[in-house]
Design a protein around this ligand. Structure first.
Ligand SMILES: *[C@@H]1O[C@H](CO)[C@@H](O)[C@H](O)[C@H]1NC(C)=O
Ligand SMILES: *[C@@H]1O[C@H](CO)[C@@H](O)[C@H](O)[C@H]1NC(C)=O
Ligand SMILES: *[C@@H]1O[C@H](CO)[C@@H](O)[C@H](O)[C@H]1NC(C)=O
Ligand SMILES: *[C@@H]1O[C@H](CO)[C@@H](O)[C@H](O)[C@H]1NC(C)=O
Ligand SMILES: *[C@@H]1O[C@H](CO)[C@@H](O)[C@H](O)[C@H]1NC(C)=O
Length: 953
């Protein structure tokens, strides 16, 4: 034997322990040793071994492909099959060092046995966790499950490509040795008596004998390849034989107890000797020599037998069969595979997504290669573009990827709290979801654009959602205090409770379009029930062994569900109620979706040209209804959305809502989080931000108009901040606090806060219950109303100086608003129930509207004033000079509408000295009629330069 035979290709991590001695005629033994794979000279005189690959986790089975210089091994910790090269043509070990280890098959559970088909260039392996035997090309492609039933603890596997058979051992409840064609055909048990722990298995290709080692019964037996003519080879001297191999006349085996490799004569069992001892953990063993892999022509040698994917050898005519990757069916031609699975079950687990083909009976799950799944919950699929959609409540996102996991992307990442249900409208190309955190049902286009809130009221714990695009309905479950199943049009209108009795936690919902039925699974009542889609004819389908249903879906005749407690996926035939387990013993099961991969169902008016809609198209009771994302409004063509020039904003308890100025009411809540009781409201048009005070949380906050980036600007020292205004020129925020009796100012981000006016106990007219606040930064004035002992409207410079009473003899004035064009003040009077106006000096006082039930908030835009009314719960407008042409803008059910304003750039025009570089002030630049003045935050004093600030202490 020359050095060429000894060349070991070593990877980057590989370490060469020693050069083996040269002894002609003795082969190498290749064995797995958990932490490494080694070679040892079969002669064994030196008792030394060389490491092929090191730093492994848990190498168990080994095999090789001599002709290509490849060594394969399984790693049961890494749950993979890996390979390395060894260079057979190198003359020295140094040259033999080459490329390292690569994973060829991943996503295994416990790959205990491995065999390389050196003729067909395939890997066969057993998995004692999934209880499967699989085959794949050497690079792991075209992986296929051959056996998935009646396997208990499959371990060793050996091939005999000449006879086209495979053999394996099973040391489970019914220990045995089985054989089958290498294509999975003709399976047969060949040994099942006098067998307990059949660990090792090898084939004598020359004499056509099967050898195996039994670790419990401590013997090595052999038999003919059909199990007949069984005889003992070694007995009595064995302790715990594990793996077994042979070469020419010699049998080699590893032993767990002696931690050695032993050898003996294969016929007589004598000449027993020890090849290597003191091994860390001897596992599988092979003789690494070409005689173990003789070349023979097979039916697959030529043009892969004409097969598009796998050509597998068969013991029966024509001695091969074509096969397809797991989950894919063979076409009727018997040669080529279909493009992929036609029906799949998509599964969300906590930290991965899986795909199970429903075309074939093995139900093998394949993990989608998607990163950073932390807590996936709901899953749906779009058969048109082939995207899988899912929600993740730890990443707080809605994501999608191709069905193989590629091209993963984030679709919605803001204002996502506990997204529990998701549904694709494959016709209108919209995506719906429920969120039990924000308690909303929302929609976007399938690419995450054009987001709109559909339902935000009277949702407690909305979970499952399903759509019926043909009839224009959505259905959802709510497992809150009053559990129910509801229905609405696809645009969220015409809500209807279908069912609200005898429900607990209706987690899953599925619609049978053909039969017009709605099925649901309840995790509290532990039932699967069904109603007609109109809510009638309630019936129970299943009510036993359903401890905790979570995911729920329907395809064809079957309803599929996941169960948290049973850790299983099951299905039931909807007509016969026959049940079947799809997957067992898989923890962290969440949502699932059974679907056809490319075939769609039904159509509607949104299918062509998005129903003519510029943004969202909803099919609604036989007609298209176009809708706009938040921040846009529909033109009178009822198709086109535009960014409105101006719109109304108003506070409504824990909501801030917007509504168009026109009368085609479409008020929507801005998706803000954490609002408790919004009171005063203003905006900053340059950054498109809204600012509001919260009189329950006692904060002043801001957010973008689209609801994102909510932040508290002022969090401390507030009591009842009921007046607030943005100084858009000086970039300051002013507020009036009825509780602390102060008017304060800070930068828009809350920095450099300072008190401008406060109640002076010696001067009762200083400040008494300030309420509504308005700014005129172009002229340097601020205006406010007071509700104290002597209510008034007052004015001061914007630095708090030069306070004067503008209007006396007034009731509790609110909603103070400046008409910057006509230079007039407007307000509502809560005591006289009127809307009044004066010029900026408090003169030319006029009653604009009187006899109102309970006017409260007020704003002005162009020719109109807009106000809210507490009693009518409405928003109304009227011509600002005459009070005529009154029109209801919002005929409300909305309570507690406190403040209202018009969002439009014309209300924040102009500049003053503070607009540029903050008037060169370090802290605050405050406008006054006598010019801008620098001011400092509390506890700072202005330096003599009139600009900078120093700490007082
Ligand atoms: C294998 O060894 C031969 C002879 O030493 C050398 O020419 C060749 O480059 C080596 N191959 C690799 C992949 O290292
Ligand atoms: C999203 O989809 C809509 C409609 O299909 C399309 O008009 C829009 O350009 C898409 N936007 C992005 C960012 O892909
Ligand atoms: C249940 O639904 C019925 C009929 O829709 C309705 O009258 C009843 O008020 C509902 N009960 C609850 C608790 O919502
Ligand atoms: C909301 O608006 C801000 C500023 O206009 C922008 O930066 C942000 O991306 C928007 N967020 C969403 C979800 O549209
Ligand atoms: C008010 O209504 C009258 C009559 O309908 C109309 O002529 C007038 O233009 C309206 N005024 C405004 C400001 O819209």
């Amino acid at each position: 034997m020359d050095l060429q035979r000894r060349g070991l290709e070593m990877g980057g991590l590989l370490l060469l322990l020693l050069l083996l001695s040269v002894v002609d005629g003795s082969p190498f033994l290749l064995f797995a040793n958990r932490r490494d794979v080694r070679l040892v000279d079969a002669d064994g005189v030196r008792g030394e071994s060389a490491i092929v690959v090191s730093d492994l986790e848990d190498a168990a089975a080994v095999d090789f492909l001599y002709a290509e210089g490849l060594i394969f091994w399984t790693d049961v910790s890494e749950e993979a099959i890996k390979q390395t090269h060894w260079n057979q043509s190198s003359n020295s070990l140094k040259e033999a060092l080459g490329t390292g280890q690569t994973v060829v098959v991943s996503g295994l559970d416990s790959p205990d046995g491995l065999a390389c088909d050196w003729l067909g260039k395939k890997l066969y392996w057993t998995d004692s966790e999934t209880n499967r035997i699989e085959v794949a090309n050497l690079d792991g492609t075209s992986r296929k499950v051959l056996f998935w039933m009646d396997l208990d603890q499959p371990r060793a596997i050996a091939l005999n490509p000449a006879q086209r058979y495979m053999y394996w051992t099973d040391w489970g409840e019914e220990p045995r040795i089985e054989r089958a064609g290498m294509d999975g055909s003709n399976r047969k048990v060949i040994v099942n008596v006098d067998i307990y722990w059949p660990n090792g298995l090898t084939i004598d290709l020359v004499e056509q004998k099967l050898y195996w080692a039994d670790a419990k019964l401590s013997f090595i037996h052999r038999a003919n390849l059909d199990g007949s003519a069984r005889e003992t080879v070694v007995e009595g001297t064995l302790t715990h034989p594990f793996a077994l191999t042979l070469s020419e006349e010699t049998l080699y085996w590893t032993d767990w107890q002696t931690r050695s490799i032993h050898a003996c004569n294969k016929h007589s069992g004598d000449k027993t000797r020890e090849i290597l001892s003191g091994i860390y953990s001897p596992m599988d063993i092979q003789v690494l020599e070409p005689y173990r892999q003789p070349y023979i022509q097979t039916p697959c040698s030529n043009n892969n037998g004409g097969c598009s994917h796998l050509c597998l050898l068969s013991p029966v005519h024509p001695f091969y069969s074509c096969a397809c990757p797991t989950g894919v069916q063979l076409k009727p031609d018997g040669k080529t595979c279909k493009p992929g699975a036609e029906q799949v079950l998509l599964l969300a687990r906590r930290t991965d997504l899986r795909r199970i083909s429903l075309d074939l009976p093995d139900f093998t799950d394949i993990v989608l290669q998607v990163d950073d799944i932390r807590h996936a919950i709901a899953i749906d699929y779009d058969p048109v573009e082939g995207y899988v959609y899912w929600t993740d409540d730890e990443v707080r996102a809605i994501r999608r990827s191709n069905i193989d996991g590629s091209n993963a992307m984030m679709l919605v990442t803001t204002e996502i709290n506990h997204p529990d249900g998701i549904a694709v409208d494959w016709v209108a190309r919209n995506l719906y979801w429920t969120d039990t955190g924000t308690d909303r049902i929302e929609v976007t286009r399938l690419n995450g654009t054009s987001r709109k809130i559909l339902i935000s009221e009277n949702l407690d714990e909305p979970r499952a959602i399903v759509l019926d695009p043909v009839n224009g309905f959505m259905y959802w479950t709510d497992w809150g205090e009053h559990p129910k199943i509801e229905r609405a049009n696809l645009d969220g209108t015409d809500r209807l409770v279908l069912l609200n009795s005898s429900l607990g936690w209706p987690n899953g919902l599925a619609i049978d379009y053909a039969a017009g039925k709605l099925y649901w699974g309840d995790a509290k009542t532990d039932k699967i029930e069904v109603i007609n889609v109109d809510g009638s004819n309630r019936q129970t389908l299943l009510e036993d062994k359903l401890p905790h249903i979570f995911g729920f879906t329907l395809l064809g005749d079957y309803i599929y569900w996941t169960d948290w407690q049973r850790r299983s996926i099951e299905r039931v035939h909807k007509a016969t109620a026959v049940r079947e387990i799809i997957i067992d013993q898989l923890p962290d099961l969440m949502g699932l979706k059974a679907t056809k991969v490319t075939e769609t169902y039904g159509t509607n008016g949104c299918a062509v040209d998005n129903g003519g809609c510029s943004h969202l198209c909803f099919w609604r009771q036989q007609a298209v209804s176009c809708a706009c994302p938040m921040g846009m409004e529909l033109l009178s063509d009822l198709q086109t959305c535009v960014v409105p020039e101006a719109f109304l904003l108003f506070t409504n308890r824990d909501n801030i809502r917007s509504i168009s100025l026109g009368t085609n009411s479409n008020d929507v809540a801005i998706p803000l989080t954490g609002v408790k009781e919004a009171s005063a409201l203003d905006f900053d048009v340059s950054e498109r931000r809204i600012y509001w005070t919260d009189i329950q949380a006692k904060t002043i906050s801001r957010a973008y108009m689209n609801g994102s980036s909510v932040e508290h600007v002022i969090e401390f020292g507030l009591d009842y901040p009921e007046g607030m205004a943005v100084d858009w020129m000086g970039r300051n925020i002013y507020w009036a606090d009825t509780g602390t009796n102060r008017i304060e100012v800070a930068r828009l981000d809350g920095l450099h806060r300072q008190v401008l006016v406060c109640k002076d106990l010696d001067n009762p007219r200083s400040l008494d219950n300030p309420r509504s606040l308005a700014l005129d930064p172009a002229n340097g004035y601020m205006y406010w109303t007071e509700w104290g002992g002597r209510p008034r409207i007052a004015r001061a410079y914007m630095d708090g100086s030069t306070i004067m009473t503008l209007v006396d003899k007034v009731g509790r004035a609110n909603g103070l608003t400046i008409d910057y064009v006509d230079h007039r003040l407007y307000w509502t009077d809560l005591d006289t129930c009127m809307i009044e106006s004066t010029n900026m000096q408090g003169l030319q006082r006029e009653i604009i509207v009187d006899d109102l039930p309970h006017p409260f908030g007020l704003t002005q835009y162009r020719d109109f004033i807009y106000w809210t009314d507490f009693n009518l719960r409405s928003i109304e407008r009227a011509e600002k000079r005459s009070g005529l042409n009154r029109t209801v803008v919002l005929q409300g059910q909305l309570e507690l509408m406190l403040d209202i304003l018009v969002f439009h750039s014309s209300r924040q025009d102009g500049t003053n000295e503070c607009s540029h570089n903050n008037g060169n002030c370090a802290h605050l630049c405050l406008a006054t009629p006598a010019g801008a003045r620098c001011r400092c935050a509390s506890h700072y004093t202005l330096n003599p330069d009139g600009r900078n600030c120093s700490c007082e202490y």
